[in-house]
Write a protein that binds this ligand. Structure first.
Ligand SMILES: [Zn+2]
Length: 111
């Protein structure tokens, strides 16, 4: 169960529009709740590090970008609770690639 305000979704969609026709990606920052749920309080956009030819249907977050995001989250007393990315011209359902590369405990939002 993941909870977020409509404004967070708007931020993600805006990022998706701005990066079109490439996939956008970013971090979901917030808190893990005791009941196993998550609350997203901020989004943290990251630039897609995939090579030009693959950016339309793949995204890549460089480890140093993830570290930067984690450091930022800590400074705000938040945690990385998940990731978001866009599917510019295909349905917002996880691809086989997405499923194979998803980490447990995190939530994934696709727009
Ligand atoms: Zn995807």
């Amino acid at each position: 169960m993941i909870t977020l305000e409509e404004e967070r979704l708007r931020e993600i969609r805006r990022h998706g529009v701005a990066d079109y026709p490439y996939e956008c990606c970013g971090l979901l920052l917030g808190r893990f709740e005791k009941d196993g749920g998550k609350v997203v309080l901020e989004t943290y956009p990251i630039s897609n590090a995939r090579e030009e030819s693959a950016k339309r249907n793949r995204f890549l977050i460089q480890p140093e970008e993830l570290l930067k995001g984690e450091r930022y989250a800590r400074s705000r007393k938040l945690e990385v609770v998940g990731f978001y990315h866009s599917h510019p011209d295909s349905p917002a359902v996880p691809s086989q690639y997405d499923l194979e590369h998803a980490w447990p405990t995190y939530s994934y939002i696709i727009v």
